[in-house]
Design a binder for this molecule. Sequence first.
Ligand code: SAM
Ligand code: NAG
Ligand code: NAG
Ligand code: NAG
Length: 733
Amino acid sequence: IQNSAKMGFREGEGLGKYGQGRKDIVEASNQKGRRGFGLTLKGFDGELNIDWQDEPEPSAYEEVDWCLECTTEIPDAQELKEWMTVGKRKMVIEDETEFCNEELLLNVLRCKVSPLSWRGIEPRLKLTGPYLCVHRAAMKMANMDHVFDYMFTNPKDFQGRPLIKERDAELLYFADVCAGPGGFSEYVLWRRKWHAKGFGMTLKGPNDFKLEDFYSASSELFEPYYGEGGIDGDGDITRPENITAFRNFVLDNTDHKGVHFLMADGGFSVEGQENLQEILSKQLMLCQFLMALSIVRTGGHFVCKTFDLFTPFSVGLVYLLYCCFERVCIFKPVTSRPANSERYVVCKGLKLGIDDVREYLFMVNIRLNQLRNSDVDVNLVVPLNVIKDDQDFYDYIVQSNENHCKIQIKALAKIRAFVCVNVQMNNPYYQLFGFFFQIPDQARVAPSSSDPKSKFFELIQGTDIDTFSYKPTPLNSSTLEKIRQVFDYRCMVSGSEQKFLLGLGKSQIYTWDGRQSDRWTKLDLKTELPRDTLLSVEIVHELKGEGKAQRKISAIHILDVLVLNGNDVRNQHFNQRIQLAEKFVKAVSKPSRPDMNPIRVKEVYRLEEMEKIFVRLEMKVIKGSGGIPRLSYTGRDDRHFVPTGLYIVRTVNDPWTMAYSKNFKRKFFFNKMTNESTFDLPSESIAPFHVCHYSRLFWEWGDGVKVHDSQKRQDPEKLSKEDVLSFIQAHYP
Ligand SMILES: C[S@@+](CC[C@H](N)C(=O)[O-])C[C@H]1O[C@@H](n2cnc3c(N)ncnc32)[C@H](O)[C@@H]1O
Ligand SMILES: *[C@@H]1O[C@H](CO)[C@@H](O)[C@H](O)[C@H]1NC(C)=O
Ligand SMILES: *[C@@H]1O[C@H](CO)[C@@H](O)[C@H](O)[C@H]1NC(C)=O
Ligand SMILES: CC(=O)N[C@H]1CO[C@H](CO)[C@@H](O)[C@@H]1O
């Protein structure tokens, strides 16, 4: 009782929103004694007597039983051409005994539909655990991720080492289809924090993604795309155009590699037709499998919900996965109610050379669309003899089906006996994912939004507030001497004033120019940042094209980063901070949203490579400049902006400096105090954010500063391109 009280329900009132859950269940379980040990169902051809008492412990379900590896080659186009069978539409399931013992099959079907309709019981069942309503789906993904040794959220290489470490520049890319409201993705992002980027497609409408309900994770790292038309699409995975559009979108944003894994959890209500669920969902299943072959990278993984697997159509689809992935497994997590037909196909390691199978399924789907509402249907995607000739696969499917049936029959019987065992309460995952799942219905409230000022002070603990008001040292003929240790510096082209940006989540973004008198003000741009983010930036007017067709947009350019979604990076090396910034920007960018202001990281150059910057300078006619060409810097993509000068950042902390060994032909670190020298980066030589910030120099490219050959005027008091380049040349060892 004490525990229950803590979880948010009061004695006698029951669980859940309407307070009725627990009461019913307690009453229900009291009937156990009266009903005895078995259940006899009447009203069928015969009597069905089920002993539901000896159901195994939940933990017993958690053994992973992979199907043996497929040893035959992946079928090619030539072979697949012959595989599809079209025939009379079949809407019966009772005779599908190819992959299941007949008696078990019939018993499951009988239990599912019976005069004592269990529809009245189902809604009450949903209230048996406090987190079930919103988090039920997320729990299943958490459960499977754990059982499969985190192969999804922490994929490993073949030697068992993590494939992507948080320090790495690479993000964990994933996709989630047929996925509204998005619990699976919320779980993944909760585990990976901002080191992941998700793409999602689901049907628009009442079951769409509910990103505003992602309280345990930052939804800014998740980008919904609804197929053709992007954000305006309908998200229907059975539409070929949508499949192609989503595929292109994902490939374009993952360097054409695809995602590390895909989750698919498609389903729709089949109330009143429970026994036909497998048939009614056949196209959905095919399209989800097709999506896996379309967007998962080689070596990547896939998890997909399926229902009964009695028909040769469904089994054929699983067979194709078995051919295309290194390993395949059919698994039902404890968090999935034993009474339903749901189970998951978990596939590990997509093989190379699956293109023909993908094209085949794409073609079958077009056929399914053509045959909709007709009395003809695609009945097979793999000939029955091909499936049955693979003894390992065939045995695996039969075994899996029969085990599932046995458990399901018992569970259904138990429900009928009005005994509801609360599997969820003693569920090991409840403990394992405590934090995530302890935020159930009532307790699960939006994180309190703090005001920018107190959030800022919370985030910058340990950094002197004065640091933020430092202005850069102007670069002139005397301060030029400071940069004689050429290797210690990096530089970036400026396009506006430096500011700080504080993200409190979603579009709650504030800016501050660092002056103590000023306050944080709301950023007037359309963009989103995950909460607990502090950046040093410029808001730059970027231009695209020339002349009349020129378009201007405001972009956020990151100069440096302090805290990224709660991840304090102030004391990391400047290069590392920039690398993390690049990754962060990839994770939060929304390529499908041209209406949003972009976020980019400044291009960082080594001081000794400064000529590379001058190559990117041009004189261009800019809208509103009265036809007079102005200096313009073109960045990585074809966007350009009017440069205002150059930041020079010292990345090596005193008393260390970098020098060049002629003997070894490589750079080394040198301590000016102790004369110590080393090739390995000494941790004391790392310049944290505040050092980089206060020691930075700024070479202003104002009037009279000649940095481009076609500029005429050169103020002798000011440094020109030639002055700076020859200084660097002279001090380059
Ligand atoms: C069980 S829910 C998914 C739950 C989700 N995994 C989560 O964690 O929140 C099934 C989803 O499949 C979607 N769906 C059903 N048919 C679809 C279709 N043809 N195309 C895209 N999504 C579909 C439904 O709209 C629903 O959002
Ligand atoms: C260069 O800038 C420094 C720092 O602002 C200033 O003290 C110095 O007078 C300047 N020197 C020249 C030659 O302009
Ligand atoms: C470092 O080397 C310089 C020049 O070789 C020498 O004058 C100085 O005393 C040395 N300092 C230490 C701490 O060894
Ligand atoms: C609205 C949208 O762009 N989504 C598309 C999904 O695919 C179908 C094609 O069958 C289009 O009609 C939809 O427009």
